[in-house]
Structures are given as structure tokens and as C-alpha cells.
Design a protein around this ligand. Structure first.
Ligand SMILES: O=c1ccn([C@@H]2O[C@H](COP(=O)(O)OP(=O)(O)O[C@H]3O[C@H](CO)[C@@H](O)[C@H](O)[C@H]3O)[C@@H](O)[C@H]2O)c(=O)[nH]1
Ligand SMILES: [Mn+2]
Length: 724
């Protein structure tokens, strides 16, 4: 089917080239668009060609390595906004991390708070108290879901006929958890958050954009016991006005440095603040891959699938990406490995510090010249020492080092100035320059010759929140689109980055595909405009003879292909249609805006911003959850305009208002154009409803006016050309 689609695409292009008689401007535009689509299709096929799955057996790992040989792992959580990211979600993320099935003295959990919020800190302090009963409970009864929010919503005590002891403990914990959420909620509602005294006094007079570094060890596993709680460290890095802070990438680098000083684990697992651990054995699963004898040389990071809980029925906003993950991610797993997706990923510290596979062969010793290290990693003696240790793979002696021993040094490396003139963000750590720092960092790792691996244990490793509604989804996509395009246009571009040619050719192709994701909006919008132009002008872009079967065949094959992928994954037809429709909306609305915003950035009209995705924690069971909502964002203008243009064209067609067909090139409307137009109206049904609905379900009147003006000018232009 894939190849059939490709053949048809090629056939269509050939037809365009060969039909000399029909050459005109429209024909040329159609040809360009179709060539772009064909190019993308080649990239897609190339990525799906050799899928691979890896299966992990943690019990074998445990058998092989006695507990004392298991390496330490640092856990990173990033958060940035106490409102868009409700504290109770972070609390659950952290609790689920603290309860991972792994010797506790080998884990340390670091939370970076870019919001510098006393509420977040308060919530974490309370969470650590709750963890003291929660973690032993989970381990004792081998609870699978270790985020209480999920555990207590899924299981009721009534279902279980377990021991009375269990029932008693369950009830107690449920009660405690309710107390905890209520306390956090109350504090959240307080207008003056917390009585900023005692521990909280550091938050006095802080502004999230202007404050000095705050690092607090909320909990320390002082005795180094394997059944205690892991260390829990709160970090809010320094922020000063006028100093760039590089969004999440900056936060990740601070986490890397602080943890380097405090625990310096050779592996780092990082999650967003809305990702709950769903498989408590995840660290063991990931280590199966990373500790592999061969892997030590090859595998830089292990990326777990992103899956989501409480998704809306039939995925109306297409943010679950189930099919994309299945085909794309498994496809590239067979090449150089999956992209780094920013969360649910376990990295090798040495690789983040810039190590290449070659360095291992050459012997790492030669690499660690002191002055070089200071230049790259900055002026902290402690940090440089820990970096040298990390490179050499030396084991930390965990029995005599506590996070609080290095608080002073840690504060220093979390300051704004620390990175000035160093390699952070350029050669080492998470790279700066794009709002999709994850892809950029992963690309750079692959370009150095490393591989990565997908890990998909059963049950799945993590579950997270999807953006709650249509505007939030588009905003997220817009940010991705522009971040990716920034990479494509930067010096790290997958086309340019020939860094010793270590990037596998097909891997490079898929990186080109993903970084040019937003560029497709332009041909898509053109292609949506073409049929209306034809209808208004009584001309045609599709073949009218037998050749008409090419685009028809293409349309049918493509839809059968995608539909069967959905059905094979066990999803519904409805979900397939929702996703198809959403991919049109994403391209034509969000990605188009991405292109504009990148253009503005290059023209220095505006800066890239990181708009944080809202995380909702109320289970979206309400009826209207899947209904499309709109807001005043200019993002909705393209979609509304396209719909209006299609409607106008169809009205003109029905009333027979077109000019008479001209003799000659490509004139005389065919049935193809009308069908295209109808198809687009059907796709844009939610927008059509939005035109007439009120409140948040309606498209704001200003957007309607702007779109109407654009649509009218387009129609006018078409007619003007027709009369020439
Ligand atoms: O200045 C910032 C901005 C964001 N974040 C954190 O970054 C994470 C991701 O932000 P979110 O708003 O949830 O973005 P998403 O689009 O949902 O995230 C996806 O896309 C990002 C890249 O655009 C990746 O970094 C994420 O890992 C990936 O899940 C969250 O934990 C934020 O708290 C910070 O720590 N500091
Ligand atoms: Mn997110």
C-alpha cells in the first residue's frame, strides 16, 4: 500500500510534466505542492521500512547484578508554572518517582521549579511526608500504580477481598491522601500563599523572573538505607531580568550540574511534571538496555513511549499519537533509534557531557585535561571534578556523600552567570537555540554516532496528560512546529550537520521530515486554495481524461492505508477520521503560524516564546469534553478563511455564476475540484459550527471579520485574474 501510494504520487507528477498542453500557473503550483507531498512520503516510507522492538527482562538483570552493582540513577522533574501545572499533579509525579522499585539509596529526585513558587515547594514538602507511608505501602503490597491520584481513582476498596490488614491500611492512606490534596488545594487558594516564615522565608519578595537561587533538600536519605526514601531536592535556579534562561533546556542543564555535584549518578531519568510512573520497574527495564555490554558503547539514551491517561473518547484533538508512535517510532528504532522526546527518557550522563563513541575506543583518560574541562564546564572545581569522575565511570562512594554537603557549590552552578563563556548549551548538556530542545539535543547525540533505543515495557512506563482542548493543542503544536523549523534553519540542521558523517542516511531523512513539519502548511494551504480558484474561474487542475483516475486512486489508497493502520491498532473509524481532520487543522493553522513566527524571529520582529501547555487533572468525563472551542488567537484565521473560501466557491458553483470556460489551457471545471471543495468543508465542520455557536464554542467575531476580509480578497483576486 505504501509503495502503491508512492507510485501513484510519482505517476501524478509525471502526468503533470508530460501534459505539456496544459501548462499554466495553476498547473505549476499543483506540481510544486505534489512534489513536496511526494518528497515527504518518501521520507515517511523510508522511516517505516525496518521496524524494531526491544524486549526487556528485568528479572534477568537482577539475577545477573546483585543489588550492590546496580548503578545510581538521578531523577529529574521540571516544572515552570504553578497555575498551568497544578501542584497536585507534580506531587503525584514526584510520589510515583519516589516509589520506583529500585534501591532507594541509589536514587535521588531533583525538582526544578522555574516558577519559583512557594506553593510548589509547600506541596513537595507535604508530599515527602505522605511518601513516608505511601512508598512502604506500595512496596509491601506490590501496588502497580504508584501515583495516588491514579491509584485511588481506579480502585475502590469494595472490589478487593483482601486481608483486613490491607483494607485498614488502604483506608488510612486514602484518607491521608485526601487530606494532602485538600491541604495543597487550600494553600493554593490562599491569596497570600503560605505564611512565608521558617522554611518558606526564602520565597519572601521573590519574583519568578527576578530572584536568586533557591536549593533545598526536602528529604535526605541520611543513613543510606535501601528501603528508605530517595533524596528529594528542590531547585529554583537564579533568574535575572535581561539574562536569557533558555526555558526547559536551561532548567535541564542546571539539574545536570546540581545533581553532578550532589550525587553524580551515571544515568539520569527525566520527566515532565505531568508524567506519572506507570510501571514501577521502569528503571530496571531501561537499565537492561543501557547496561548491556554492547550498549555501553552504543546506546546513548533510552526513550519510553509517551502515552496518556484519561484521554477523550476517540481522541478528538489527535494528541495521543498512538498510530504515529507505532509506525514511526518503531520504524526509526530500527535505524539509529528514536528521537529524544523531552520526557520519559533515561540518559547516560557521560553522553550529555559530550562524550562520543570514539572517545571510548580511544580511552577516555586523554580527554580529561583539566583546563579543557574548566573551559567547557565552567569554573566550579567541584563540578569539574565530578565531570572527570563521570567520564571515567568512577563509582561514587554513596555512603559518605549527602546532597547537603554540596549546597554552597550547587548554588553557585545554578546561577545565571555560571554558563557565560562555557560550553553549556553549545557543546555540553541540553542544547540552546530551539524551543524543542529535546529534538535538538537528541539530534546532536545521534550525529556524534550514538544510537538510542525505545523501551516499551508492559504495563507502559509512564502516562501523562494531553492538552485539554483545541486551542491548547494547536498552541502546543505551534511551539513544536516553530522549534523544529528553528532547528532545520540552524547550524545543527539535519541537512548540514555532517559532524564526521555519523548520522545514518535514513536517520537523517527522518530528521529532515520532522524538522520541516511546519513547512508543509504552505503547500497544504495552496492545495486547498487551488480547487476553489478553479471553481470560481471555471478551470481545472486535475486531469479530465483517464488521468483523473490517478488523483482519485491516490485519495482512495491513502485513506485505506491510514484507516487500516488505525483498525490494525485497535482504534475506531471515528478516531481515524478525527485524527485525519486534526492533521489538516494542525498544518493549516498551527504549523502555518509556526512558519510565520520563525520568519518574525529571523526578521527580529519578535522572539520565540515557550508557551507552557496547560495540564488538567480533573478527569475529563464531561459530555462536552470533545467539543471544539476557540479563542481570539490569530491561529484560527487560516482555518476560518479556508472554510469561507470553500463555501463561497461552492455557492458560486451552485448558482452557476462562473465565467464561461475559456478555450485552451486547463479550462472547463471538472468534478474533481468540486469534490475537493466539499471534502474540505466536511473536514472543517467544527469551524462551520464555530461560525454559528456562541461563547467559547464560537469563533470570536474579530476572527470572523478578519477571515471574511481575507476570503473576499482571495475571491476578488480570482475573479480579477479570470477577466484578464
Ligand atoms: O521555561 C520553562 C518552560 C518549560 N519547562 C518545563 O518543560 C516541560 C515541558 O513543557 P510543556 O508545556 O508540558 O510542553 P509539552 O509540549 O507538553 O512538552 C513536550 O515538548 C517539549 C518541547 O517543546 C519537551 O521538552 C517536553 O518534554 C515534551 O513533553 C514541563 O515540565 C515544563 O514545566 C521548564 O522547566 N521551564
Ligand atoms: Mn507536557
Amino acid at each position: 500500500m505504501d509503495t502503491l501510494t508512492l507510485l501513484l504520487l510519482l505517476l501524478l507528477i509525471c502526468y503533470r510534466v508530460l501534459a505539456v498542453k496544459k501548462y499554466n500557473f495553476l498547473w505549476f503550483v499543483a506540481f510544486l505542492c505534489e512534489s513536496w507531498f511526494t518528497f515527504l512520503w518518501v521520507l515517511v516510507i523510508s522511516s517505516k521500512w525496518s521496524p524494531a522492538v526491544i524486549t526487556t527482562y528485568p528479572y534477568r538483570l537482577l539475577h545477573w547484578a546483585s543489588e550492590f552493582e546496580l548503578p545510581p540513577v538521578d531523577l529529574f522533574v521540571t516544572t515552570a508554572d504553578p497555575v498551568l501545572e497544578p501542584p497536585i499533579i507534580k506531587v503525584n509525579t514526584v510520589l510515583s518517582l519516589l516509589a520506583i522499585d529500585y534501591p532507594a539509596h541509589k536514587l535521588a529526585c531533583y525538582v526544578s521549579d522555574d516558577g519559583c513558587s512557594p506553593i510548589t515547594f509547600y506541596a513537595l514538602v507535604e508530599a515527602s511526608k505522605f511518601a513516608k507511608i505511601w512508598v512502604p505501602f506500595c512496596k509491601k503490597y506490590n501496588v502497580q500504580t504508584r501515583a495516588p491520584i491514579r491509584y485511588f481513582s481506579k480502585e475502590t476498596i469494595a472490589d478487593s477481598e483482601d486481608l483486613p490488614e490491607f483494607r485498614k491500611e488502604w483506608l488510612k492512606l486514602n484518607n491521608e491522601y485526601e487530606h494532602l490534596s485538600r491541604r495543597i488545594e487550600d494553600e493554593d487558594q490562599n491569596s497570600i500563599p503560605c505564611q512565608l516564615d521558617g522554611e518558606f522565608s526564602v520565597f519572601l519578595n521573590t519574583d519568578r523572573r527576578n530572584h536568586s537561587t533557591i536549593i533545598k533538600a526536602i528529604w535526605e536519605n541520611k543513613k543510606g538505607l535501601s528501603d528508605d526514601l530517595p533524596h528529594l531536592i528542590y531547585i529554583s535556579r537564579e533568574k535575572l531580568p535581561g539574562h536569557p534562561h533558555y526555558h526547559k533546556a536551561g532548567a535541564m542543564n542546571v539539574l545536570t550540574r546540581v545533581s553532578g555535584l550532589m550525587t553524580n549518578a551515571p544515568f539520569m531519568l527525566n520527566v515532565d511534571c505531568d508524567m506519572l510512573v506507570n510501571n514501577p520497574k521502569i528503571v530496571l527495564h531501561a537499565l537492561c538496555i543501557l547496561l548491556d555490554f554492547m550498549g555501553e558503547k552504543e546506546i546513548a539514551f533510552v526513550q519510553c513511549f509517551q502515552e496518556f491517561y484519561d484521554g477523550l473518547k476517540d481522541d478528538p484533538f489527535a494528541n495521543q499519537n498512538v498510530v504515529a508512535y507505532k509506525y514511526m517510532v518503531l520504524g526509526i528504532s530500527g535505524l539509529q533509534g528514536p528521537f529524544y522526546m523531552g520526557t520519559n527518557c533515561m540518559h547516560r550522563r557521560r553522553v550529555i557531557y559530550g562524550l562520543s563513541p570514539d572517545d571510548i575506543e580511544k580511552g577516555i583518560k586523554g580527554k580529561s585535561l583539566d583546563h579543557e574541562l574548566f573551559q567547557k564546564f565552567g569554573n566550579s572545581k567541584g563540578l569539574v571534578k565530578s565531570v572527570a569522575h563521570a567520564f571515567e565511570g568512577k563509582k561514587h562512594n554513596h555512603n559518605d556523600i549527602y546532597p547537603t554537603d554540596s549546597l554552597e557549590a550547587a548554588r553557585e552552578v545554578a546561577d545565571c552567570e555560571y554558563e557565560c563563556g562555557t560550553g553549556w548549551g553549545k557543546q555540553v548538556g541540553w542544547l540552546y537555540g530551539s524551543t524543542t530542545e529535546d529534538l535538538l539535543t537528541g539530534l546532536n547525540i545521534h550525529a556524534r554516532g550514538w544510537r538510542s533505543e525505545t523501551c516499551r515495557p508492559d504495563p507502559i512506563a509512564f502516562t501523562g496528560c494531553t492538552p485539554p482542548d483545541f486551542p491548547a493543542t494547536l498552541t502546543q503544536r505551534k511551539r513544536w512546529g516553530s522549534g523544529l523549523l528553528e532547528i532545520f534553519l540552524s547550524k545543527h540542521s539535519p541537512i548540514l550537520c555532517t559532524l564526521s558523517g555519523k548520522l545514518h542516511i535514513r536517520q537523517r531523512l527522518i530528521y529532515i521530515w520532522v524538522t520541516t513539519l511546519s513547512l508543509r502548511s504552505v503547500p497544504e494551504i495552496c492545495y486547498a486554495a487551488l480547487p476553489t480558484y478553479c471553481i470560481i474561474n471555471n478551470s481545472t487542475i486535475f486531469p479530465k481524461d483517464l488521468g483523473l483516475w490517478i488523483p482519485v486512486g491516490l485519495f482512495v489508497t491513502y485513506n485505506i492505508l491510514t484507516l487500516s493502520a488505525y483498525l490494525a491498532t485497535g482504534l475506531s473509524i471515528r478516531e481515524w477520521w478525527n485524527n485525519e481532520r486534526m492533521s489538516r487543522f494542525m498544518s493549516m493553522n498551527a504549523y502555518f503560524m509556526s512558519c510565520l513566527s520563525v520568519m518574525f524571529k529571523f526578521l527580529r520582529i519578535s522572539e520565540a516564546v515557550f508557551e507552557i501547555t496547560q495540564k488538567e487533572h480533573t478527569s475529563s468525563g464531561d459530555e462536552d469534553g470533545g467539543r471544539f472551542t476557540f479563542n481570539k488567537s490569530p491561529m484560527f484565521i487560516p482555518g476560518t478563511t479556508i472554510l469561507m473560501v470553500q463555501l463561497t466557491a461552492l455557492v458560486i458553483f451552485l448558482l452557476g455564476l462562473q465565467p464561461a470556460a475559456k478555450k485552451g489551457n486547463g479550462s472547463g471545471l471538472g468534478v474533481g475540484e468540486v469534490l475537493c471543495s466539499i471534502y474540505l468543508v466536511v473536514c472543517h465542520w467544527p469551524f462551520l459550527k464555530g461560525l454559528f455557536a456562541k461563547g467559547k464554542y464560537g469563533i470570536p467575531i474579530t476572527t470572523i471579520c478578519k477571515s471574511a476580509a481575507l476570503a473576499l480578497s482571495f475571491v476578488h483576486l480570482c475573479r480579477a485574474r479570470a477577466t484578464i
